[in-house]
Write a protein that binds this ligand. Structure first.
Ligand code: DGY
Length: 425
């Protein structure tokens, strides 16, 4: 069985490869997506290191002068997706969207560099200043107050589009000027598995706002109606900063290393100070416009271990929350707390399991020496893929696959994470 799945996973990556860049899946997502490409590169690295580097290099062809690496690079117009390049109006030579996505790249670049230092040296060195500029952009424009936590200006920037985390802050987004539009996602996927129309109206209102200020990073950070510190992006960037620091040290980039070290220290204290909730007993998001902590546990809460956050209080709560949720579902890790009334087991980021998030939590647990929990989440991911194929996401209750099929990042997660049992000694 695993060999067969290996072959299928590699075929999916190859079929979704449009020539140096990979789309998440045909129809639903016909362009290059930022964090998808990072995970896809890890998948390629399991059988073709050269192709893995290429995936990251093509992603950075879309980088902006201010350092931002956009969440979508639109290489050619494809009517099967909405909102396309014209809606974003970003005026880049290579059309892109106007905001970013969780920065998994530095971690992946370190992985593929360390897999073969000789083959990767020149390519990693060429990417290093570009990744540094991107991280600098995050720290400057998504943490303008220097709190050590990273905000997102759009639910799409977090990658967790319709998580209940955003329900409250999104109410502040005025949709009265949104022009009529036609969604494409619901003609590819069962609408009951996708965000609601009310969500889409707000998604588009924020895009209209960004376009109206020419996507100027400073103005967006200052005036965007939605500006919420996200545990997912904060933890992924903290982890990526640690990996970027290792690259800086390997390349003798002392000044950069100093700068990155400061980001890391700020995030370590900032996350606990601003995202920890005693009430929720976990890391939650914080609406920075209202300075209000949200109240729910999501799969992003568990990324603290991937970020290397470790202290007595948060470790004990992590274990309690993990075990509580593990008893409530058949498959970890649901994207939203299954005991919360807002949980929906098939609706996108309001409950389903996402293999990429599992891979990050599992990796963090393994590195922290929690082999039992690491193996539980690894084995659940493998069972989901074995039972329901390479779906976009899965029900944590029934294990059914949902969303798009033959999904690149699920195939990649199989190859670099799910297929490898974690020894228990
Ligand atoms: C979508 O179109 O659903 C994407 O998640 C945006 O990135």
């Amino acid at each position: 069985m695993p060999e067969n799945l290996d072959t299928q996973a590699r075929s999916i990556l190859k079929e979704n490869d449009l020539g140096g860049y990979t789309i998440p899946t045909k129809g639903l997502y016909p362009y290059q997506w930022n964090w998808d490409s990072a995970f896809v590169a890890r998948g390629f690295a399991s059988f073709d290191l050269d192709r893995a580097w290429k995936e990251i290099e093509t992603l950075f062809e879309g980088q902006w002068d201010d350092g931002m690496v956009p969440h979508i690079v639109f290489r050619k117009d494809d009517p099967s997706y909405f909102p396309g390049p014209a809606v974003w109006g970003t005026n880049q030579a290579l059309p892109t969207s106007g905001h970013s996505q969780p920065p998994v790249v530095a971690t992946v670049v370190r992985d593929i560099y360390e897999a073969d230092r000789e083959a990767g040296e020149a390519r990693a060195r060429a990417l290093f200043p570009k990744i540094l500029a991107w991280h600098r952009w995050f720290h400057r424009f998504r943490d303008p107050g220097g709190l050590g936590v990273i905000a997102v200006i759009h639910p799409w920037e977090s990658g967790r589009d319709n998580t209940p985390d955003w329900d409250g802050p999104m109410r502040a987004v005025d949709t009265s000027n949104v022009k009529p539009y036609v969604r494409k996602d619901t003609s590819h996927v069962d609408p009951s598995m996708r965000p609601l129309k009310a969500d889409y109206d707000r998604y588009l209102a924020i895009v209209d706002f960004g376009r109206s200020c020419g996507w100027d990073a400073e103005q967006v950070a200052r005036d965007c109606p939605f500006f919420v510190a996200d545990p997912g992006t904060t933890f992924i960037l903290l982890r990526a900063d640690r990996d970027l620091l290792a690259l800086a040290q390997a390349f003798g980039e002392d000044e950069a290393a100093q700068e990155i070290q400061e980001w890391i220290e700020r995030a370590e204290t900032g996350a606990i100070k601003h995202l920890w909730s005693d009430e929720a007993e976990g890391f939650v998001s914080r609406d920075l416009r209202k300075n209000k902590l949200m109240d729910g546990i999501s799969s992003a809460s568990f990324l603290s271990v991937y970020a290397g956050i470790s202290d007595e209080q948060t470790n004990a709560a992590f274990a309690r929350q993990f075990d509580r949720i593990a008893e409530k579902v058949s498959y970890l890790m649901p994207s939203w707390d299954p005991e919360d009334s807002r949980f929906e087991h098939l609706r996108y980021w309001r409950g389903p399991v996402w293999a990429v998030v599992n891979s990050m939590i599992g990796r963090g647990l393994l590195e922290a020496g929690d082999l039992k929990r690491a193996e539980r989440i690894r084995a659940d991911t493998a069972r989901l893929i074995e039972t329901s194929g390479f779906a976009e996401y899965f029900s944590p209750v029934t294990g059914a696959g949902a969303g798009g099929g033959t999904f690149s990042w699920t195939a990649a997660v199989w190859l670099f994470f799910a297929r490898h049992e974690i020894p228990q000694d």
